[in-house]
Design a protein around this ligand. Structure first.
Ligand code: SF4
Ligand SMILES: [Zn+2]
Length: 388
């Protein structure tokens, strides 16, 4: 008798695996538990400075303070498919610990004397009372206001209620809230990202932020799991168009693989290739006239929003990459565009791998393959075909 197929197309009638269980499994492994307990709760995860531009377009230096926290409340109950923040948190961080971390960050940079912008990231939402004690939220808001610094915090949508924003703006009347929207598409939010909120909740959060005159930064994810390269490109263009008018800044995060996540598992199984850098270039070319309707560049009158694309781990196998030889040049052009907003940054970029990328994207538009056909690894095509 023929053996039953190990991968029956219509399933076996057993209950399917829930994405929730796939997301949670690695966080409960001994290595993840041991790592969490290894952190010193009175030291911030990291503090560093980068060049930035202020809201009015003036170049400045920004300090980024990444705090060691209890992590994100959505992660406690479920979690996003690509989020590896659980690697950096510990569940017993107290108000005193957070104040000690903040003091250490300020000491390291002399009360942020030389930085005009302060980004405070908590591996979750700063304004969420279950994650961050209210006293500490207040310290960050007040300190940055008193020091006269432009403050950026991150948040999910559900915290951004009228009541919470009224409380926060009474302490600091002007700051930026960065929201990890990831996709302006409910199906993608639910089935690819497991985000736990909908586009309608982002709409509501934005209305509230606008009512309090707060700046809005929107993060979009380029190529979430279970998506082909061509779909990623076409969708991200649509999402940028959908959010541009309502976002002061749009930061597109090309997927990078973080340890212990669903996307990490797909990547190890050769079922996912991080985005091509060429896709990011094409995406920028396709949306430039949405960001600058009159063909201008950053700082010009026609600017609708600011588009930032920062390929984390760009050029590496676990980040956006091309063939390996042109990566450095393409990453540099993309990063220059985030500052200048000028299409001239991409002039003269060329490599033979662009044809490979273009062929893959064209084929994916013809073939209904949900995971796409991108080669998951670099290397000689012949070797890949010969490998078992
Ligand atoms: S909402 Fe943000 S911090 Fe929370 S699980 Fe998702 S990506 Fe991670
Ligand atoms: Zn190349």
């Amino acid at each position: 008798m023929a053996k039953p197929s190990p991968l029956p197309l219509l399933g076996t009638g057993d209950k399917g695996l829930r994405i929730h269980d796939l997301v949670k499994a690695p966080a409960n492994t001994p290595w993840a538990k041991a790592r969490q307990q290894s952190w010193d709760a009175s030291e911030p995860a990291t503090v560093y400075t980068t060049p930035e531009v202020l809201a009015d377009g003036t170049p400045c230096t920004a300090v980024t303070v990444i705090l060691r926290t209890k992590g994100c409340h959505w992660w406690w109950s479920s979690g996003c498919t690509f989020c590896g923040y659980f690697n950096d948190t510990r569940d017993d961080v107290t108000n005193e610990d957070l104040h000690a971390q903040w003091a250490a960050a300020k000491k390291k940079f002399n009360h942020f004397e030389e930085q005009q912008m302060v980004k405070v990231y908590t591996s979750g939402s700063l304004l969420e009372d279950r994650e961050i004690p209210v006293a500490f939220q207040e310290t960050v808001l007040r300190d940055c206001h008193d020091l006269g610094k432009e403050l950026i915090v991150e948040s999910r949508c559900e915290q951004l209620t009228e009541a919470k924003l009224a409380w926060a703006t009474a302490i600091n009347p002007s700051f930026t809230v960065a929201i990890g929207l990831e996709a302006y598409d409910d199906e993608v939010l639910r089935f690819h990202v497991n985000k736990g909120f909908s586009t309608a909740s982002w709409d509501r959060a934005v209305t509230n932020l606008q009512a309090f005159n707060l700046r809005i930064k929107t993060y979009l994810m380029f190529k979430p799991p279970f998506m082909s390269e061509a779909d990623a490109l076409d969708h991200c263009v649509t999402w940028i168009k959908a959010v541009a008018e309502r976002s002061d800044e749009i930061s597109v995060n090309p997927m990078n693989i973080q340890r212990g996540t669903v996307i990490d598992r797909l990547h190890r199984h050769n079922e996912y290739r991080p985005p091509w850098l060429w896709s990011l270039v094409e995406m920028i070319q396709r949306v430039h006239d949405v960001i600058h309707p009159n063909g201008g560049m950053n700082g010009d009158e026609d600017q609708v929003s600011r588009l930032i694309v920062h390929p984390t781990a760009g050029g590496k196998i676990r980040g956006s990459h091309n063939c390996g030889s042109c990566d450095g040049e393409v990453v540099a052009a993309i990063e220059r565009y985030a500052v200048s907003g000028s299409m001239l940054e991409f002039e003269g970029l060329a490599c033979t791998c662009r044809t490979v990328w273009q062929t893959e994207v064209n084929l994916e538009r013809q073939l209904p393959l949900p995971l796409g056909i991108s080669k998951p690894r670099r290397g000689r095509v012949v070797d890949a075909l010969r490998s078992p």
